[in-house]
Design a protein around this ligand. Structure first.
Ligand code: ARG
Length: 457
């Protein structure tokens, strides 16, 4: 192992187990790009402020740029014996440019360095995640448009409830995903503060120019307290919480599609290319992708819990526990990116079983509330109307008999307000068309929502 950044004060070399146990290079290597970009800005600032000679600053910048190229082209070979990515790059710079490299760490600590790296990583990842969410929203919108005229039975408590447009149901997904997007963008505002200059935790007596580094790295603001700069990871918690909520949304969408693709529902057919089979039951075509999406909530919520518990009770300033924030953060971001990518593709590979759906919306129990509202419009109180329709349910629907096939006389027995025109509303099309409240499943209102989303996305 290379000499530690802090090795001189140690009277003995560290035990191999200590090195292995404390090293983070295995996972923080993915911060390499941000670490170098941060170092480049820092070196420029040190030269400009004459804290180090310009020629040393130039040598550092040249060396770092060579290393950056290797990192970006995938040629960089990480030293798995290094303590972390910061030490790895520092050591390599020494090899490349010699003693001038030792000046890079002036007025800097790995404590503010790692805080910077994660903030830069997250700013970039949030952009990608938001883009991927938009991609999924577009894919859902396209599917919603293809289903614009389709009416499905809607469910509450997984019991058949009322007729709704399938597109209305699908657009409900876009609303939640939109909030997920704004949650991430909002978290990014607080991530967008530059911590370098906090050094170990108390700042520095050297005449650094934090504002210069902020501008170089494109941050919106500076962190205002050096202790806070190295202590807190609340911004990671915010992102993980936003990703957990997003994953809960995605699990609900996945669950809907799993149900809809069963023989029992038969609303949709998912293309073979996005299903898997069974090693024992030859007839099976399983929605494993959707099940894995549903199951991933456990993983992502676990990542949130992991960092939350890690943070709880830590004293102020930097503590090594904070090194452990990265594996769960990376896991959650990676998992979510994979989910969004495959979900987007899967939505383009679903066929709607229109014929099968039509037969399902003939169930007149779907229209019980429409009959109640028909009676209310004729002046009957809600309570009485509910009782009237309740009796019709017992006599007809529970016995497999249709309300629409009752004679005029039979209708009158329930209420004299039940005139023959009631039969006109006992179909799915009337049921959705009768709705008029803003946000309801009325086809004209849903068409407007489809338009709104097409313009917005
Ligand atoms: N690898 C550490 C982390 O990820 C940064 C190193 C800070 N180490 C230290 N002894 N102050 O947080």
């Amino acid at each position: 192992m290379a000499k530690k950044l802090w090795g001189t004060r140690f009277s003995k070399i560290t035990h191999a187990l200590t090195d292995k146990f404390t090293s983070s290079i295995a996972f923080d290597q993915r911060l390499a790009k941000y670490d170098i970009l941060g170092s480049l800005a820092h070196a420029k600032m040190l030269g400009k402020q004459k804290i180090i000679p310009q020629k040393d600053a130039q040598a550092i910048i040249k060396g770092l740029n060579i290393i950056l190229k290797d990192v970006q082209s995938g040629k960089f070979e990480f030293d798995l014996d290094a303590e972390d990515i910061h030490s790895n790059i520092q050591e390599l710079l020494v090899k490349k440019i010699g003693d001038a490299a030792f000046k890079l760490h002036t007025a800097r600590s790995r404590n503010d360095q790692v805080a910077l790296d994660i903030r830069m990583y997250l700013k970039s990842e949030i952009n990608d995640l938001v883009e991927n969410i938009v991609g999924l929203q577009k894919s859902i919108l396209k599917f919603a448009k293809s289903s614009a005229q389709v009416i499905i039975p809607g469910y509450t408590h997984l019991q058949i409830a009322q007729a709704v447009l399938m597109s209305h149901h699908l657009l409900s997904y876009l609303e939640g995903l939109e909030r997920d997007k704004t949650r991430l963008k909002d978290a990014k505002k607080r991530i967008d503060a530059m911590p370098l200059g906090a050094c170990a935790f108390s700042g520095t007596s050297l005449p650094i120019d934090r504002e210069f580094v902020r501008k170089e790295l494109g941050f919106a603001t500076l962190t205002a307290n050096s202790i806070d700069s190295v202590s807190d990871r609340d911004f990671i918690l915010e992102v993980l919480a936003a990703l957990t909520i997003l994953s809960v949304h995605l699990s609900r969408i996945a669950e809907d599609l799993i149900l809809w693709s069963t023989n029992e529902f038969n609303f949709i057919d998912i293309d073979f290319s996005f299903c898997t089979g069974s090693s024992i039951m030859p007839h099976k075509k399983n929605p494993d992708i959707l099940e894995l999406i549903r199951g991933s909530v456990g993983k992502i919520h676990g990542d949130l819990s992991s960092v939350m518990i890690l943070m709880k009770g830590l004293p102020s300033s930097y503590n090594r526990d904070l090194q452990l924030d990265k594996p769960p953060l990376f896991d959650a971001v990676d998992t979510m990116k994979d989910i969004l990518e495959i979900f987007m593709a899967l939505f383009g590979n679903i066929v709607i079983e229109k014929e099968a759906i039509i037969s399902k919306v003939r169930d007149e129990s779907l229209f019980s509330v429409d009959i109640v509202e028909y009676l209310i419009k004729k002046g009957i109180s809600y309570r009485k109307a509910h009782d009237i329709v309740g009796r019709m349910v017992i006599d007809c629907l529970d016995k497999g008999k249709k309300i629409s096939s009752l004679s005029n006389e039979q209708l009158k027995k329930y209420s004299h307000k039940l005139t023959p025109d009631i039969r006109n509303i006992l179909n799915a099309q009337s049921s959705v068309t009768l709705k008029l409240s803003y946000g309801s499943t009325n086809p004209k209102l849903v068409a407007k929502q489809l338009d709104k989303w097409s313009r917005r996305l």
